[in-house]
Design a protein around this ligand. Sequence first.
Ligand code: ATP
Length: 238
Amino acid sequence: AWNGPAIEVQNLTRIYGSTTAVNDISFAVPRGGVFGYIGPNGAGKTTSMRILATLELPSAGDAFIQGVSSVNDPDRVRGSLGFMPDAFGTYGDTNCAEYLDFFARSYGLIGRERTTRLRWVMDFTGLNKLAYKPIRGLSKGMKQRLCLGRALVHDPAVLILDEPAAGLDPRARIELRKMIRTLAADGKTILISSHILTELAEMCDRVGIIEQGCLLATGTVDEIRSKLRKTRNMLVRI
Ligand code: ATP
């Protein structure tokens, strides 16, 4: 079993043409930790999360999930990682049950294990009553639940959640926070992003400010809040 950090980012850099989207970022999240990425639009949160999730390659550096390199061993990383993207695609007439079943199969879940797992995901996300509804008819809040459910289908040890609260009403935000706190209490390691610090406060042990591709500071929520006040940083909401 791996005893080091569950998530480790080492000198990660991603350059697109003349834009350095991610600029030499390094940090680590211990097993069971919840780390928040706070930063404005275009800071590099999505790019670095997508690299961790094996969906993109870095220009330099590496990212590790439970000691396994996302660059060199993406298949093994995918098995222990759940990723919630910041945008939900379009899925025509697909319903929630079919959607989750598709992902469960893609992770190789079969037979009773798949049924049990899908039932747990439906219960946990509260999607039971909506199981046979087409995804396109769901509210934003329910789509986010489905997206979280998709990330949980193979019971991964590590979760990467890209701005899960964006566009949600206050009540859906509270419910989402509750689900994430439950997952954290269950021992999952979580990396979550937002551009509102308060949004992350109740969930994260530590947060990092990311701006123009650089990780400017990491610390507890209180430390980062006072730092943002001192520097009168207007790019993120405290
Ligand atoms: P947001 O909150 O808007 O999602 P973010 O912090 O997630 O922002 P990224 O999406 O990682 O930021 O973008 C970082 C920078 O890299 C931006 O300047 C963006 O325009 C640029 N970028 C991202 N992906 C690409 C790409 N495929 N090609 C070119 N530039 C890109």
